[in-house]
Write a protein that binds this ligand. Sequence first.
Ligand SMILES: [Fe+2]
Length: 292
Amino acid sequence: MPIDLTAASVTEAVQKAFEGTADERVKELFSRLVQHLHDFTREVRLTGDEWFTAMDFLERVGKTCTPTRQEFVLLSDILGLSVLLDLIHHPGSGSATDSTLLGPFYVEDRPTAENGSDISGEVTGTPMFFNGRVLDSDGAPVAGARVDTWHSDGQGSYDVQMQDTLHGRLAMRALLTTDDEGRFWYRSVAPRSYPVPDDGPCGEILRAAHRSPMRPEHLHFRLHAEGFEPLITMLVRSDDPYVERDAVFGVRRSLVVDFVQRDAGESAPDGTRMDKPFQTVERTFVLARKEQ
Ligand SMILES: [Fe+2]
């Protein structure tokens, strides 16, 4: 290793130390990371105290992680890194529905449901009826598409955050399949805006910056169909006060929809005469064909 380095020459010396890396891509990643990290440190003239604060912060982020709490992912989210990745790889051109963040509450081992079923899992709340349609970019229905949906309850909590009261059951999530017309539909309870977990180190950043931890009310969707690019997306309630202040920057204008308020006594989309107020949401999703 070279000696007598300066604040200017140390960067190239460290990059050279990575030249034996067999994988070219890994070598490139480290080389560029060192470049940007060093440039940042020189630019802001980082002090020793600030470096120590950062190391202590990252240590606490690590110690906050558990199998159900990903504080590092949250850090990536609130710094806009997660959404940047999505925007780089899914810039949203063309006719397909825009994608956005998966979020931390997707569960692989979710129940399947028939169209029209109540997927609320006996969680109480304002009834919500969702009617969706999946089309290709020519407007033809995509039959047999697998559509995952998941959302919070009327207090903004997901089933995985309420395991004590649900006794380990999952709720407000299901895997549905589109019919021959590309339609899927279900009944559940209306979700609510909710804060990202702000009782850990990431919450300190949000408070220091006077940033809201809230995400606007939304429904998550993940769509798969043979011959089409998979789509991870979400629909956001148009009149939610946090639409333009999402703590993790995941809202796209094209994904904002009306949650229509209906009165008691009206009929639900499935024909049920409702004896309490309810909400209806509709949306068409367009999938992009996989390139050959
Ligand atoms: Fe969510």
